[in-house]
Design a protein around this ligand. Structure first.
Ligand code: AN7
Length: 380
């Protein structure tokens, strides 16, 4: 019994809502089913009555939300006979693509911006055995190249321009609705290529649980993949809030950013591929895009780690940093239920973490009892 109920990944869990049939061989590493953690200390520190949650996507098999989309994209690629996948990446997509390709026994080609991806992600892509091309250029240049090359090379693109990626990623919204019993009032996400905010909106539109009943709703993006019930969209969908890093904030500048830069290398993207969809999400949900400085992003990352015990990577902290600001200034009103997606694990980028903490908490002492006692006395 228990064995039959074993969790075996999000495609199996949500197969009725995903583009697979009963015979499709699934390429899965048990992704999805991530914890929705209710924060305690941050809301108290803010002095506001909000129900604040983080959806910790950093606990997926390769440490980021990308696995949700990758299980779907690689499953379909393999089913269609593809022997190789390709992506441009700021790091997490490359780690995920490499892992699912390894699982499927196919080849992964990844294009990454030289010197601008976090060490953990590079280690993953190398260990999983991807063929890595470091390019002298940024993510946007890599993305352009991948799209050109895939026109005639026998490779399947697994960036989020592959529609199956967003189909997999929408399941995060399903999980949140199931756990809260409804959609939150606000959903906060970091925005780079803008695929994830789009995918969440697809999920919220498509599948909602109201008064204990599963309601399938009309959705603007289903591409024929989802169960389209038709009719007007009613009831509870969240206001979608997307946060970019100030140095890489095309949505705030109103056009592509030539030379994006930020400490949050995951979202160092100047020309989002899902621009139009994300803009539509903002309009339809009554939401907003906003920006955070690198200092604000790192501060939010440290707050969440130190005060809640949840260690996410810098890009992910843009969601909680933005939410904290909007809760404090009343843009998110008291009484709201708020979910922030933490897209990646803090262990992905140890260099930035150590650099941020280098002046605190660590002393070097002799290996003797008196020295340890001294150190304790100093700190208490
Ligand atoms: C931790 O890996 O684009 O707005 O190539 O790794 O859906 O792009 C990563 C994106 C947020 C932004 N947080 O999501 C890549 C890549 C983390 C990320 C984003 C990314 P999208």
């Amino acid at each position: 019994m228990a064995f039959r109920d074993r969790y075996t990944g999000l495609i199996n869990r949500y197969r009725d809502h995903l583009p697979v049939n009963d015979d499709t061989p699934l390429i899965s590493l048990g992704e999805g089913n991530t914890p929705l953690i209710r924060l305690k200390n941050i809301p108290r520190a803010l002095g506001r009555d909000v129900d604040l949650y983080v959806k910790f996507e950093g606990l997926n098999p390769t440490g980021s939300f990308k696995d949700r989309g990758m299980t779907m994209a690689v499953t379909r690629a393999v089913d269609e006979g593809s022997k190789a996948i390709i992506c441009a990446s700021t790091g997490n997509t490359s780690a995920s693509a490499a892992a699912y390709a390894a699982r499927a026994g196919i080849t992964a080609f990844v294009l990454i911006p030289e010197g601008k991806i976090a060490m953990g992600k590079l280690a993953q892509a190398m260990m999983y055995g991807a063929t890595i091309m470091q390019i002298r250029g940024n993510f946007d240049a890599g993305m352009q190249l991948v799209k050109e090359v895939a026109e005639d090379a026998p490779v399947t693109i697994v960036n989020s321009v592959n529609p199956f990626r967003l189909q997999g990623q929408k399941t995060a919204a399903f999980e949140i609705i199931e756990e809260l019993g409804r959609a939150p009032d606000y959903h906060c996400l970091p925005v780079g290529n803008a695929g994830n905010i789009t995918a969440h909106w697809i999920g919220y539109c498509e599948y909602s649980r109201t008064k204990g009943e599963v309601v399938t709703r009309a959705c603007s993006f289903c591409d024929g993949h989802c169960r389209y019930a038709g009719g007007p969209v009613v009831g509870d969908r969240p206001v979608m809030l997307g946060y970019q890093a100030s140095g890489s904030a095309p949505f705030l500048r109103g056009g592509p950013v030539e030379d994006p830069d930020t400490v949050a290398t995951a979202i160092r993207i100047g020309n989002p591929q899902s621009w139009q969809q994300a803009w539509h999400v903002k309009e339809e949900s009554g939401g907003r895009f906003d920006e955070l400085s690198d200092a604000e992003i790192l501060h939010a990352q440290k707050m969440l780690t130190e005060h809640e015990g949840v260690f996410c990577e810098p890009a992910s902290a843009a969601s909680i940093g933005g939410a904290m600001r909007d809760i404090r200034n009343g843009t998110i009103p008291e009484g709201s239920t708020v979910v922030c997606t933490l897209t990646g694990n803090g262990l992905k980028d140890p260099d930035t973490a150590i650099d941020q903490c280098k002046d605190s908490g660590m002393v070097t002492i002799d290996a003797d009892r008196a020295a340890v006692n001294d150190a304790i006395r100093n700190y208490l």
